[in-house]
Design a protein around this ligand. Structure first.
Ligand code: NAD
Length: 496
C-alpha cells in the first residue's frame, strides 16, 4: 500500500513514517493508500524548516516573489487535469466539479500575483511640519493552514498563495481523508522556484494539529473545517498567543419567494444541494419557500433530484459522486431517518442508494424532505450530504427570522424578481455571504470569503484583501530630518 508522507524542506518523507491511517476511494469503498500521521517531532521538523527559510524568503524582493507566484499560476493551469483526477479519486466529487475547484483555487493565486500593489503600504507626506509617516505591511513568520476534506486543492489555495506572497513561510496540514493533492501542490511550488522550506506539508490529524497549535514558532493559524473544531482551534491558538482565523460549518438557507422564476429556482436549488454530494460549506441545505408556491416548487425539485446522474466521479456525465466515508454515509442516512421520526415527510428518500457495480461505494441518493421545522435534527444539524429540507413560510419576514435564528451565518440566497424584497433581505440577514438569485455566492478572489456567527471564529475573513491583512502586520514609521537642533517639547503639541 503506498504511503502518503509529509513534505519537508523540498522533499517527501514517506519512508521515515510509521504511524499511518487508511485513505479510501469513496466510489469503490476500497483502501487505496495510507497516510502518515504526523506527531510532535514531525511538526517540529516541519516548523523548523519554515523558520529557517523565513529570513531569506521574507527578504526577497516583491518582484521576485511575484515571479514565483506567476510561475505557480501557470503550473496550476498546466496540471489542472492531474490535480482534478487526484481530487476525484480520494474525495469522490465528479471530475467536472474537481476541475472547477482547481480553477477557483487558481483565481486566488492570480489575485496573489498582484502582491506588489497589495503590499504597497501607505505614505503621508508632511503629516506634521517636517514629518512624514508611512505604514508598511510585514510578514509574520511561519504560518499554518489546517484544511478540510471537501476542497483538498481550493482551500489550501485560499491560504498559501497570500501567505507566501506576503513573505511568510507556510505549513499545510491537509485533511487525512484526501491527502495526496497536498503533495502535488508542494511539487508545483518547487517547480515554480519557491525555495525549499517556504511551503511544507505535515500529514496527520488531531495530534499533528495540536503540535502546530502548541509550537511557539507558529505565528498564525488559518483553519477551515467543522464548527466544533473551529471553535477549539480558535480558543487554543488564541490562548497560545497566535493570530487565528477559524472558519466553521454552515446551514445555508435559500429563500424562495412567490414571485421567483420557479423553474430557475428549482434548478439552482438542486445544483446547490446535490452538487459535490452536498459536501460544500456553501451548499444549500434548507429551502425556505413561500407557502403559496411550495407544492409547485417541490414538484420541480423532486423531478430535478430524480434526474441527477449519480455515479463514480470519473464516469462520463456523472453529476454527483459518493460522500467521503462509510461513516459519513451512515451518519447522513441516520439523519434522514430522524427527520421522518421527528415529523417531516420524506418526499424523496436517498437512503440505500445503489450504483450498479459499486455496491461498496459510499453513495447516498439525492434526498428531498418536506415539512421540515426548526425543532428537527435534520433542520438544525449540518448534514453535509445530498439532502435538502423544505420549510414552508408565510412570507419574507418569517423567512428572515428563520435565517437569523440559525447559529450559523455562512451563506444564504434569495430567489425573487423583486429588487425591494432582495434589498430588505440582504440588509437584514446576519450572514456573511449572500446570493441574490445566485445559489452559491462564493466571492471572487479579490473579495474576501467569510461567514458570521458560528461559521467563523476570529476577526478576519479569508483570501482577498483581508487575507493579505491577516498574513501581515503593520509597521508605522514617523520620520523627520531636521536641519538643525530644535527645542525640546515636554508636551503634546496642541496645534498641528
Ligand atoms: P473537520 O473539522 O473534521 O476537519 C478539518 C481539519 O481539522 C482536518 O485537517 C482535520 O484533520 C482536523 N481535525 C479534525 N478533528 C480535529 C480535532 N479534534 N482537533 C484538531 N484537529 C482536528 O472538517 P471536515 O469534515 O474535514 O470538513 C467538513 C467541514 O468543514 C464542514 O463542517 C464544512 O462546513 C466545513 N467547511 C467550512 C468551510 C468554510 O469556508 N466555512 C469550507 C469548507 C468546509
Amino acid at each position: 500500500m503506498p504511503i502518503i508522507g509529509h513534505w519537508i524542506d523540498g522533499h517527501t518523507t514517506a519512508a521515515e513514517q510509521t504511524a499511518t491511517q487508511a485513505v479510501f476511494n469513496p466510489a469503490t469503498g476500497q483502501e487505496i493508500a495510507r497516510v502518515a500521521l504526523g506527531d510532535a517531532d514531525d511538526a517540529a521538523r516541519a516548523i523548523a524548516s519554515g523558520q529557517a527559510a523565513f529570513a531569506q524568503w521574507s527578504d526577497q524582493s516583491l518582484a521576485r516573489r511575484a515571479q514565483v507566484l506567476f510561475r505557480f499560476r501557470d503550473l496550476l493551469a498546466a496540471n489542472a487535469e492531474a490535480l482534478a483526477r487526484v481530487i476525484t479519486r480520494e474525495q469522490g466529487k465528479v471530475l467536472s466539479d474537481a476541475r472547477g475547484e482547481v480553477s477557483r483555487g487558481r483565481e486566488v493565486v492570480e489575485f496573489a500575483c498582484g502582491l506588489p500593489s497589495q503590499l504597497a503600504g501607505s505614505f503621508s507626506d508632511q503629516a506634521a511640519s517636517g514629518i512624514d509617516v508611512f505604514t508598511t505591511r510585514e510578514p509574520l513568520g511561519v504560518v499554518a493552514g489546517i484544511t478540510p476534506f471537501n476542497f483538498p486543492v481550493m482551500v489550501p489555495l485560499w491560504m498559501s498563495p497570500l501567505a507566501i506572497a506576503a513573505g511568510n513561510t507556510f505549513l499545510l496540514k491537509p485533511s487525512e481523508r484526501d491527502p495526496s493533492a497536498s503533495l502535488l501542490l508542494a511539487d508545483l511550488w518547487r517547480q515554480a522556484g519557491l525555495p525549499d522550506g517556504v511551503f511544507n506539508v505535515l500529514q496527520g490529524s488531531k495530534d499533528a494539529v495540536e503540535a502546530i497549535l502548541a509550537h511557539p514558532d507558529v505565528q498564525a493559524v488559518s483553519f477551515v473545517g467543522s464548527t466544533p473544531v473551529a471553535r477549539l482551534i480558535h480558543q487554543t491558538a488564541s490562548a497560545n498567543g497566535k493570530r487565528v482565523q477559524a472558519l466553521g460549518g454552515a446551514k445555508n438557507h435559500a429563500v424562495v419567494l412567490a414571485d421567483a422564476n420557479l423553474e430557475d429556482a428549482a434548478n439552482q436549488l438542486a445544483a446547490a444541494a446535490f452538487g459535490a454530494a452536498g459536501e460544500r460549506c456553501m451548499a444549500l441545505s434548507v429551502a425556505v419557500v413561500e407557502e403559496s408556491v411550495a407544492d409547485q416548487l417541490l414538484d420541480q425539485l423532486i423531478a430535478k433530484a430524480r434526474a441527477v446522474k449519480v455515479a463514480p466521479g470519473d464516469h462520463p456525465g456523472a453529476e454527483m459522486g459518493p460522500v467521503i466515508t462509510r461513516q459519513a454515509k451512515d451518519r447522513i442516512e441516520a439523519l434522514i431517518g430522524s427527520a421522518q421520526a421527528e415529523g417531516a415527510r420524506l418526499a424523496l428518500d436517498g437512503r440505500g442508494y445503489q450504483v450498479e457495480g459499486f455496491a461498496e461505494g459510499f453513495f447516498v441518493g439525492p434526498t428531498v424532505i418536506d415539512d421540515a421545522s426548526p425543532d428537527q435534527a435534520i433542520y438544525r444539524e449540518e448534514v453535509f450530504g445530498p439532502v435538502i429540507a423544505v420549510v414552508r413560510v408565510a412570507g419574507l419576514d418569517q423567512a428572515i427570522d428563520l435565517v437569523n435564528a440559525s447559529p450559523y451565518g455562512n451563506g444564504t440566497a434569495i430567489f425573487t424578481q423583486s429588487g425591494g424584497a432582495a434589498r430588505r433581505f440582504r440588509r437584514r440577514v446576519h450572514v456573511g455571504m449572500i446570493g441574490v438569485n445566485v445559489p452559491i455566492p462564493v466571492p471572487v478572489a479579490w473579495h474576501s470569503f467569510g461567514g458570521w456567527k458560528d461559521s467563523l471564529f476570529g476577526q478576519s475573513h479569508i483570501y482577498g484583501p483581508e487575507g493579505f491583512a491577516f498574513y501581515t502586520r503593520a509597521k508605522v514609521v514617523t520620520e523627520r530630518w531636521p536641519a538643525g537642533a530644535s527645542a525640546a517639547s515636554y508636551h503634546f503639541t496642541a496645534e498641528p
